[in-house]
Design a protein around this ligand. Structure first.
Ligand code: ADP
Length: 624
């Protein structure tokens, strides 16, 4: 993972910001347009006020023609009213288009996560990178979110600068009359150039100092990430409903207080950022503010000197003071925005590091033949697998062929490789060595979505959504009610379903509907089985499918297992060997290898085998 050790170059700054801007513009053009039109409007319209009020003052201080004065005042008022009206309208438009900007940014990450190879999703590096990006975003506002604001500021400062510049040109070109005596020195081009240089230097120095202060945050981003990570968990301990019981039982809140304090060590009054704020960040910020004030002093002195010497009238003084302040403000803002964009480039680089994680796995294009007879033959051929970053084989030289329409049980101790075997079959990972074949062709060559259509899996750690029961079973918003009810009935959920007032329209849990129904672990498992049945795939994989069921429900599922599975090929992982007896074949895994394979009767007869040992270890609970 890339660390924010040094600032990006100006070239990289342009490249990263431009790419980030394109992302927003392609997805949300209206949002970007609303921002730009609003900023153009708010940057340029103040000059109308400045110009018109200067005319009014000029008239008051000069010829005092009542007709012209009335006209100018009326014009100023009308212009102000029209500007206010349009500004309010634009603000509304912008607010509507920009609602949920943070959500829009999150959506970009979420889409990438959903699209990513599972193997990358599962990697610690990916989780850390995403966590860093989010910490930077939530802690200092750095990253994608800031890009759109920076572009807006860039546009605003350039326009302010240009508008002010046009109204200021005559300040430098107007001449003091010869009658002003010694003051005519102001007309000397060298004097004018000197003033411009001083103003330019001050305009440059103030934001440069402020950017320097900001760069300490960018350069030390890694350090405050840990504090932020601690904060985002321990600071919100009470909000985590899933740990509420354990926290109460073991008073873990006391244990967590320590880590909460660690967070304060980062951000508290003795932390690094407090020291930086009292040290260089503070000095640079203070110096920046002080230098800005000097600019105002120089501008006032120059304008007043010229007016005093008779170069222009009172009305022009207000115009020049206002417009030169705008020029300076615009230039300052331009420099500080460019500096901010450069500081932010390191953070955007991390966002792209994440968004550019390549999708290598799911590139296959072969279509999977649709067969009514469900004759899909899958074979593991010399398959070995190591998890990314691990030196040991989780699976080693596995050879297995699934007999079409047969029931295969996969048994073995914890950590023997059973779940890994299923994950490879479902292409969540690809084998490190060897290959898995579907009808004789390496599964990597198939289109992934089509390949997945042949499997229904109930994983051990399956999850249901707080949505309608029917949507959970069908994994679709538009579901076939009869098929949903049938699947639930087959999975043993009929009784509970009949007690639900809204039937399959009932919401699970109460997150989105207070009439929602909380379900037990066993009921959830039945719904997960129903979901696998609804998909109606040729392969049915059940990973510990009855672990959360009570003995009665478990017995009920087993007795109906043949009905449930029908003519599908079934793969069944279980710790409870008694529940595997009815399978046509049993494969015994041990330390990543298939060490025995056969029927229950043949395996239990081999007294020297692992199966015999496992069977007898459990026999006291599940006697024949
Ligand atoms: P089982 O399902 O038989 O309990 P698993 O297939 O889950 O076993 O695990 C097989 C081996 O792979 C174990 O040693 C386990 O620690 C390791 N393992 C499982 N998941 C991962 C992972 N995501 N990263 C690294 N090692 C893993």
């Amino acid at each position: 993972m890339e660390k924010n050790k040094k600032l990006k170059s100006w070239g990289e700054m342009i490249k990263f910001n431009h790419r980030a801007f394109q992302i927003f513009y392609k997805r949300y053009p209206q949002m970007v347009l609303s921002r730009f039109i609003s900023v153009i409007w708010t940057s340029l319209t103040p000059y109308a006020g400045i110009y018109l009020s200067a005319l009014v003052i000029e008239e008051l201080a000069g010829s005092r023609n009542i007709e012209r004065l009335r006209f100018l005042v009326l014009l100023t008022l009308c212009a102000a009213a029209l500007i206010a009206f349009c500004s309010a309208f634009l603000n509304k438009w912008k607010a509507t288009q920009n609602a949920g900007l943070l959500f829009k940014v999150e959506h970009i990450f979420s889409e990438k996560l959903l699209d990513m190879d599972y193997v990358n999703l599962d990697e610690t590096e990916t989780a850390e990178l995403l966590s860093t990006i989010r910490q930077n975003q939530n802690g200092g506002g750095w990253g994608l979110y800031r890009v759109i604001e920076n572009y807006e500021d860039l546009c605003s400062s350039v326009l302010t600068l240009l508008g002010g510049f046009f109204l200021t040109v005559s300040l430098f070109t107007s001449r003091v009359p010869e009658s002003a005596g010694a003051y005519t020195v102001i007309n000397n081009p060298l004097f004018v150039i000197l003033v411009i240089i001083i103003m330019f230097l001050i305009t440059y120095i103030a934001p440069a100092l402020s950017n320097k202060a900001g760069s300490y945050w960018a350069l030390n981003a890694d350090s405050h990430n840990l504090g932020n990570r601690l904060f985002s968990f321990f600071g919100w301990l009470g909000y985590h409903k899933d740990i509420a019981t354990d926290v109460r039982m073991y008073r873990q809140d006391k244990m967590c207080e320590r880590h909460n304090r660690d967070k304060e060590d980062t951000f508290g009054s003795n932390g690094m950022f407090a020291h930086l704020s009292l040290g260089p960040i503070g000095y640079y910020s203070a110096a920046s503010s002080a230098v800005s004030v000097i600019f105002t002093g120089v501008a006032y002195t120059f304008v007043c000197l010229k007016a005093w010497a008779g170069a222009f009238g009172l009305g022009a003084v207000t115009q020049y003071i206002a417009s030169i302040t705008k020029v300076s403000g615009g230039a300052s803002s331009l420099i500080s925005t460019l500096g901010d964009m450069r500081n932010n480039a390191s953070f955007i680089a991390q966002v792209f590091e994440f968004l550019d994680i390549p999708n290598n796995m799911y590139q296959g294009s072969l279509t999977v033949e649709k067969r009514r007879d469900r004759k899909y033959e899958v074979e593991f051929r010399n398959v070995s697998f190591k998890y990314p970053g691990s030196d040991t084989y989780a699976l080693h030289n596995v050879n297995m062929k699934f007999e079409i329409g047969k029931r295969l049980a996969v048994v073995g101790r914890n950590g023997s490789g059973k779940t890994t075997f299923i994950k490879l079959l479902c292409r969540l990972y690809d084998p490190t060595e060897g290959e898995i074949l579907l009808n004789g062709i390496d599964i990597r060559k198939y289109n992934y979505a089509e390949y997945m259509m042949i499997f229904s899996v109930v994983f051990q750690d399956f999850k249901l959504f707080a949505l309608k029961l029917g949507e959970n079973v069908a994994a679709k918003v538009d579901f076939d009610s009869d098929l949903v009810v049938d699947a639930l009935r087959k999975a043993g959920f009929a009784e509970k379903l009949s007690a639900m007032q809204s039937g399959i329209e009932t919401y699970l849990y109460k997150d989105y509907d207070k009439e929602g129904v909380n379900i037990s672990g066993g009921e959830a498992q039945k719904i997960a089985i129903a979901r696998a049945l609804y998909k109606d795939a040729p392969f049915m994989i059940l990973d510990e499918p009855t672990a959360a069921l009570d003995p009665v429900a478990e017995a009920e599922i087993y007795s109906k297992f043949n009905d449930i599975v029908g003519d599908r090929t079934a793969i069944y992982i279980s710790h409870r060997l008694s529940s595997c007896k009815f399978c046509d074949e049993i494969a015994v895994f041990h330390e990543g290898e298939v060490i025995q394979q056969g029927t229950h009767a043949s395996l239990v007869a081999d007294e020297s085998g692992e199966y015999y040992e496992l069977w007898h270890a459990q026999a006291q609970y599940y006697t024949e």
